[in-house]
Write a protein that binds this ligand. Structure first.
Ligand code: ASP
Ligand code: MG
Length: 423
């Protein structure tokens, strides 16, 4: 039986002509393997497309078209640099995607913001993969490009769509597996999918890691590799902590906890599809593929350094029972109900007799709705601009060092993990 590998290249690995020119070399060193390659939008394209949607939705059509023109130009320029023989064919494909977006931008918004977001933002990965697929072919790496929206069926919860697992698994078997009879490389998009009505959807920011993991699960892949611009997984974000340490091996549990607490390593949904089938996940550096990288698997990891996660822009919502009645199950249940309705994920929560404290990401719209809805039962106070520090495998010295000059507003700890919300 053939075996498959799944590779995911993020925006950073496709951020420039030079970086894209690295890809053939990496893929050639896996000559002989069947590889499904999932690619993100180039560099900061997703952010740029978000601005297009914002302008469109707030009624600034000309501005939206102007911003979109920049996205078009930068992709056409990249394609021109990379492609010779395949340029014209690629240009036709790119222009079809441009047209789809421009049609939509010429209408007036009548549906939800999130719907338009997905119709516009999904084009980032369609453009990047079209260019890269053509470039790989031109570099002698025969490959098959597919539109993942024909494979990944989702619900219509735009911007955070859930995958219809049985339908998608069936499409992978029927449509993707047979492609490997004729090619060793299949190139497709991460992060996007489609509803049964053929509307585009997205799976949440940074969702390409997750797409790759779903493919790995459904293909029974022997491994998944995420190619990044860092050596592998570090014990802290090297941009915040220049002396961050590299970790060579981690288990699924550790990574899922890290991601849950806000480490930007890997999309939190990535681990489950891999863990469920015992598929190892490699995190490797596309700038130096010879480095071993980090492997994430089900072995027990020992001797891990303290793992540090800092989340900025946190908000603390104090809820104090109005008439001094206990918060109890009723208050707590009501609050969780609100979280689920507003799709709020609290980062930290603490309850007392007549009060509850909740730490959240600063999403002003959601916090206002929460405060309004809770105002019947509670006096509500909101404090902004806080930082949430989480340390796994902590020791007293490191907690003290990282809290220097700060005041703790809320603190929770287990033998494994300490979390401090700081002012
Ligand atoms: N392009 C999307 C983003 O920037 C998805 C991804 O890169 O994983 O969020
Ligand atoms: Mg990305």
């Amino acid at each position: 039986m053939s075996k498959y590998k799944v590779f995911k290249f993020g925006g950073a690995s496709a951020a420039s002509v030079e970086r894209i020119q690295n890809l053939p070399g990496i893929l050639r060193s896996y000559n002989g393997d069947n590889i499904l390659v999932v690619i993100s939008a180039m560099g900061k394209t997703t952010n740029a497309l978000e601005k297009v949607v914002d302008a469109f939705y707030t009624g600034h059509r000309e501005e939206a078209l102007r911003l979109f023109q920049q996205v078009k130009d930068s992709h056409l320029t990249t394609a021109k640099y990379l492609l010779v023989n395949n340029y014209l064919a690629a240009e036709v494909q790119l222009k079809d995607f441009f047209t789809e977006v421009e049609w939509l931008l010429h209408d007036k918004p009548v549906r939800d913001y999130d719907y338009y977001y997905d119709q516009v933002v999904c084009v980032g990965e369609l453009l990047s993969t079209s260019i890269i697929s053509a470039y790989l072919a031109e570099s002698g790496l025969d490959n098959q490009w597919i539109d993942v929206r024909d494979i990944f069926r989702t619900d219509d919860n735009f911007r955070d769509a859930a995958i219809d697992w049985p339908f998608t698994a069936d499409r992978v078997r029927q449509e993707v597996l047979p492609l490997f009879k004729d090619t060793r490389l299949v190139v497709t998009q991460g992060f996007i999918g489609s509803t049964s009505e053929n509307e585009s959807t997205t799976l949440g920011r940074e969702g390409s890691d997750y797409t790759a993991a779903v493919f790995a699960n459904m293909l029974d892949a022997e491994s998944q590799t995420i190619w990044k611009d860092v050596e592998g997984v570090m014990n802290a974000d090297p941009k915040q902590f220049p002396d961050a340490q590299f970790i060579s091996e981690l288990n699924y549990d550790e990574v899922i906890e890290m991601a849950y607490y806000g480490a930007q390593v890997i999309h939190p949904k990535t681990i489950k599809p891999l863990q469920n089938k015992g598929i190892p996940l490699y995190v490797k550096c596309f700038l130096d593929p010879a480095l071993p990288g980090t492997v994430i698997n089900n072995h027990t990891a020992k001797g891990l350094p303290p793992i540090i996660v800092l989340k900025q822009k946190q908000v603390l919502v104090h809820l104090h029972s109005k008439d001094f009645s206990f918060v109890g199950e009723k208050g707590t249940a009501g609050l969780y109900q609100l979280f689920s309705e507003l799709r709020i994920k609290p980062n930290l929560m603490q309850s007392g007799a007549v009060s509850l404290q909740v730490c959240l990401d600063d999403r002003t719209d959601k916090i206002e709705k929460l405060a309004l809805a809770a105002a019947g039962m509670f006096d509500v106070q909101v404090e902004k601009d806080l930082t949430l520090l989480t340390i796994r495998h902590y020791n007293e010295a490191i907690v003290k060092k990282l809290m220097e000059g700060k005041t703790a507003v809320l603190q929770q700890q287990t033998p494994e993990t300490v979390q401090v919300l700081m002012r």
